[in-house]
Design a protein around this ligand. Structure first.
Ligand SMILES: [Fe+2]
Length: 299
C-alpha cells in the first residue's frame, strides 16, 4: 500500500515587508489584496495543525500542486523552501508551481531555482516539464501550468511542447504498469474555473490523457475540494481538487484540507481509497469529511 497526500495553495504568510521597488507592476494589486483579504483568512495556526496531521498519517509521498507564495517576493521563496523541508525529505515531496509562484515575469525561474530539489526528475528521466519520479508502484508526473499573467488575471498555460513530453512519459510509465499520478496547478477540466483563471491549453491536456491515459490527476488553484473526471482510453480518470492548505475555518472558502490516497495494486488495476481531511472549527485537528473507494483499470 502506498499512501499519497495531496496539498495545494499554501499562500504562505505573513508577507515579508515589501520594498517599494519590488512592488512595481502586478505586485501592488497582490499586496493590497493580501493585506485586505488573504492575510486575514490564511493563517499560521492552521500551518502547525496541518504539518502535525500530515506527519500522523505517515505518508509515503506528498504532492504539492502550487501557489506556495503570494506575490513572488524573494523572501517568500525562502519561507516556502523551509516549509517544504518541514513536510519531508526532498525525495518524498514533489511540487509543481502555480500562478502565484510565477506572479511576475522571471518569477517562474525563481521558483524552479528555490525548490529544484522538490521538482526534479529522477536520475535517468528526462529534464524539464513534466518531470517523472518513480516511487514503488506509483509514478509522480509533475506538469507546470505556471506563467506570469496580466493584472487581475490568474491564467495558466499547458504548452504543445509539454503535451508531447507528457505523452511520451505516460506511455513509458504505462508500459511499466505504474499508477500514473499527474500533478498540475490549474484544473484541466472544462468549465472548472472562471475565464480569468482558466488553463489555456486545457483541451490539449485532455487530449493527451484521452490517448495515453493516467490513473489519477491532482490540481489546486480553485481552493475547492472537487472530484471531477476526464476521459481516458479505458474509462474516466479521476481529477481531484483540494481546499487551500492553510485556509482558516469560517471563511468564504472551504476550510483547510488535504487529500489522502491509499493506492494498492488490484488484479484488474489499482484500488485507490480517497479521504478528504479538513481542519476542525477550532483549527486544532484535521478530520475526515468525505471518502470514496475507486478501482482504476490497469494501464
Ligand atoms: Fe492558483
Amino acid at each position: 500500500m502506498f499512501r499519497l497526500i495531496h496539498i495545494s495553495d499554501l499562500h504562505l504568510g505573513p508577507l515579508p515587508p515589501a520594498r517599494v521597488r519590488e512592488l512595481a507592476s502586478k505586485r501592488i494589486i497582490g499586496y493590497v489584496n493580501w493585506r485586505r483579504n488573504r492575510g486575514r483568512r490564511l493563517g499560521e495556526g492552521v500551518e502547525a495543525a496541518l504539518l502535525a496531521a500530515i506527519a500522523a498519517e505517515r505518508p509515503d509521498h506528498i504532492a504539492v500542486t502550487g501557489d506556495l507564495v503570494n506575490i513572488a517576493l524573494a523572501a517568500e521563496y525562502v519561507a516556502a523552501r523551509t516549509f517544504l523541508g518541514l513536510l519531508g525529505p526532498e525525495d518524498k515531496v514533489s511540487a509543481v508551481p502555480g500562478n502565484h509562484d510565477a506572479y511576475v515575469p522571471g518569477a517562474a525561474r525563481r521558483a524552479r531555482d528555490a525548490w529544484a530539489a522538490y521538482m526534479t526528475a529522477d536520475a535517468g528521466e528526462a529534464d524539464g516539464w513534466p518531470y517523472v519520479r518513480r516511487r514503488g508502484e506509483v509514478a509522480i508526473v509533475g506538469a507546470s501550468s505556471a506563467v506570469a499573467s496580466g493584472p487581475f488575471m490568474a491564467t495558466g498555460s499547458f504548452s504543445e511542447e509539454q503535451a508531447g513530453r507528457l505523452s511520451s512519459a505516460l506511455d513509458a510509465l504505462g508500459r511499466a504498469g505504474l499508477c500514473r499520478v499527474v500533478l498540475i496547478h490549474h484544473p484541466p477540466v472544462k468549465g472548472a474555473t472562471a475565464w480569468h483563471k482558466r488553463l489555456s491549453g486545457a483541451s490539449r491536456f485532455r487530449e493527451v490523457i484521452a490517448r495515453h491515459g493516467a490513473e489519477l490527476i491532482l490540481h489546486g488553484h480553485t481552493h475547492q475540494p472537487t472530484r471531477l473526471a476526464i476521459a481516458g482510453p479505458r474509462g474516466e480518470v479521476p481529477v481531484f481538487g483540494v481546499p487551500a492548505a492553510t485556509q482558516r475555518p469560517g471563511g468564504s472558502h472551504p476550510a483547510a484540507g488535504f487529500n489522502l490516497f491509499d493506492i494498492e495494486r488490484a488484479n484488474d488495476g489499482f484500488r485507490i481509497g480517497h479521504r478528504l481531511m479538513q481542519v476542525t472549527a477550532d483549527a486544532g485537528a484535521f478530520v475526515e469529511t468525505r471518502g470514496e473507494e475507486m478501482v482504476i483499470p490497469a494501464p
